[in-house]
Design a protein around this ligand. Structure first.
Ligand code: GLY
Ligand code: MN
Length: 463
C-alpha cells in the first residue's frame, strides 16, 4: 500500500467532484472455479484499491457526502479462518491503514444503504462487473442486475475517470516496476523463440517470471505463431523455422499496477524479406505515433497517423493502392489493422474499462467513430500529462476477413486483393510499448525491449 495520506487525499479530491448522497464502493470477493473452496485467482477491484489500497476480500466502503463521514465495512476473521489462512489483520487496522475513521461489521452495510434508500438519498455506485456484486447491489438498493449499468452514477464514473487517468509519481514508480518485469518476460520469450519449442513452454516461462517478481500476469498471455488472431490464447503449437512468434503479455506488480508490451520475433532468428517489409511498416507506424504524443494532441489523430503510415508502407509493398488519406478516412486499412492503436493503462491493463470505455476514452469534444477498425479505438480524446497508454499498431492477414471483403468487393480501389492472397499464411505482427505523457511530450516507459530488426534478430539468435 501507499502511505495512508495518499488514499485520504484521493478521497478528498473525489468528494470535491460530487455534491450529495452516499458513495458506495464494493470490494471483490473470492469466486469459486469448479467447487466452492477452489477459487479463481484473487483480484481486488481496481477502484477499491485506488481509494482504499486494501487488497482483501469481502470489504465495502461508504463516503457520506452530506456529513463527511466515512465507513469501512468488513468482518474480522474467526479462529477457524485463522487455522486455514493464518493470522489476519482486523477491520480496525485496515481502516487505519487507509485513514478511514469508522469501521463496522459487513452486515451493517445493509442497514446503512437501505436506510439511505428509504430516505430517498442519492446512492452513487459504479457499474458492477462481477455477478456477486450485482447480487449484493440488488440486495442493498433493490436495483436489478440488468438495470445497474444504466442506473450507475455518471457523476461518480466521471470523477473516478478524472482522478485515475492522471498517474501520480507513486503510481509511475509502481508502473516502472511492472516494466522491469516485462523486460525480463519479453527478452526471455525472444530468446526462447527457437524451432522445436512449444508456445506453452514460453507461456509457462513468462508466467513464472511474473509470479517470481511478486505479482502475476496483467492479463492472460498471448504467445502464438498465429498472431493474426488478435487475442489468441491457444498455446499448443510447436515453433518452426520462419514462423513469427507474437508475444503480447504484461506483468502486474504486487500493488496491481500493469504493463502491456508486444514483440514479434522470427523463429530461428532471421526475418524473411517479406516479414521484414511488414515488420518495418508496423515499426514505422509505431515510431511515428509515439513521436506525435504530447499534451493536447488527440489519440484519435495519432491512431489515424499510424494507420496512414501503415497504408503508405503497404502501398510500397503493393498490398494497398490509391489515396492514403481517403483510404484511412473510409477505413480500408482496417483489413490489415482491425483494432485500435491503444488504450489507457494503470491499475487495469485496459484501465477503467469496467466504468465504460466511452467515459474513459471519449468526451463531448471527441466522439467514437462508427467505422469498422477505428470504432475499436478505446482512447480517442486529448492527451494530458500523467496519462499512461499503450501504442500498439499491428498488421495481420486474417483469411476470413480477406475472404469476406474480397467477396463484397470492399475497398477494391484501395486493396490489391491478388497480392493480399499471397500473404494468407503470413500470420500477424504487432509491436506495443507503454507511454507516459509528460508536461512537454512523452516518455517510453521501462528498459527498452529489443525492437528494431537488428535488435530483435540479435536477441532471437541468442542461446
Ligand atoms: N494487450 C492486449 C490488449 O491490449 O488487448
Ligand atoms: Mn494492449
Amino acid at each position: 500500500m501507499f502511505k495512508k495520506e495518499v488514499y485520504v487525499e484521493r478521497r478528498r479530491k473525489l468528494s470535491n467532484h460530487l455534491q450529495k448522497g452516499l458513495v458506495l464502493f464494493l470490494g471483490n470477493t473470492d469466486v469459486p472455479m469448479n467447487y466452492p473452496s477452489n477459487i479463481y485467482h484473487w483480484r481486488q477491484d481496481s477502484t477499491f484499491l485506488y481509494f482504499y489500497g486494501l487488497d482483501y476480500q469481502n470489504m465495502a466502503a461508504v463516503m457520506d457526502l452530506d456529513n463527511g463521514n466515512e465507513y469501512l465495512f468488513g468482518n474480522d476473521v474467526s479462529l477457524g479462518d485463522i487455522i486455514w489462512m493464518g493470522p489476519q489483520i482486523t477491520t480496525e487496522e485496515k481502516a487505519s491503514l487507509c485513514g478511514v475513521s469508522n469501521h463496522l461489521p459487513f452486515a451493517r452495510l445493509h442497514d446503512t444503504v437501505k436506510e439511505a434508500v428509504k430516505q430517498g438519498r442519492t446512492i452513487h455506485f459504479l457499474p458492477p462487473y462481477r455477478a456477486e456484486n450485482k447480487i449484493l447491489l440488488e440486495e442493498l438498493t433493490g436495483i436489478k442486475p440488468g438495470a445497474q449499468k444504466e442506473k450507475a452514477s455518471v457523476d461518480l464514473i466521471k470523477a473516478v475517470v478524472a482522478l485515475r487517468s492522471i498517474k501520480d509519481d507513486n503510481e509511475i514508480q509502481e508502473l516502472e516496476k511492472a516494466m522491469e518485469t516485462a523486460w525480463i518476460m519479453h527478452t526471455t520469450a525472444m530468446k526462447m523463440a527457437k524451432p522445436g519449442v512449444y508456445e506453452r513452454e514460453i507461456a509457462g516461462a513468462i508466467e513464472g517470471i511474473a509470479l517470481a517478481a511478486g505479482g502475476m500476469l496483467s492479463f492472460p498471455a498471448i504467445v502464438t505463431v498465429r498472431g493474426e488472431t488478435l487475442h489468441n490464447h491457444y498455446h499448443g503449437n510447436k515453433l518452426k523455422e520462419n514462423d513469427l512468434l507474437l508475444v503480447d503479455t504484461g506483468a502486474e506488480t504486487a500493488m496491481r499496477y500493469a504493463s502491456d508490451h508486444t514483440r514479434t520475433t522470427p523463429v530461428g532468428g532471421k526475418f524473411t524479406p517479406r516479414q521484414k517489409d511488414i515488420y518495418e511498416a508496423v515499426l514505422e507506424a509505431q515510431l511515428k505515433a509515439i513521436e506525435a504524443i504530447k499534451p493536447g494532441v488527440t489519440n484519435l489523430s495519432v491512431h489515424l497517423l499510424a494507420a496512414a503510415t501503415l497504408t503508405d508502407r503497404l502501398k510500397e509493398i503493393g498490398l494497398m493502392k490509391g489515396d492514403t488519406s481517403s483510404a484511412v478516412e473510409q477505413g480500408a486499412h482496417a483489413l490489415f489493422m482491425p483494432h485500435g492503436l491503444g488504450h489507457m493503462m494503470g491499475l487495469d491493463v485496459h484501465d477503467m474499462e469496467d466504468l465504460g470505455e466511452n467515459y474513459v476514452g471519449y468526451n463531448d469534444e471527441i466522439k467514437r467513430s462508427d467505422i469498422f477498425g477505428t470504432a475499436f479505438l478505446r482512447l480517442g480524446r486529448k492527451y494530458e500529462p500523467g496519462f499512461v497508454l499503450t501504442i500498439e499498431p499491428g498488421c495481420y492477414f486474417i483469411p476470413a476477413l480477406i475472404d469476406q471483403w474480397q467477396s463484397e468487393g470492399r475497398f477494391k480501389e484501395f486493396i490489391n486483393y491478388e497480392k493480399v492472397n499471397e500473404y494468407r499464411d503470413f500470420g500477424g505482427i504487432r509491436i506495443e510499448d507503454d507511454i507516459l505523457v509528460t508536461d512537454s511530450g512523452h516518455k517510453v516507459m521501462g528498459r527498452p525491449i529489443p525492437r528494431s530488426i537488428e535488435e530483435v534478430e540479435q536477441i532471437a539468435a541468442t542461446a
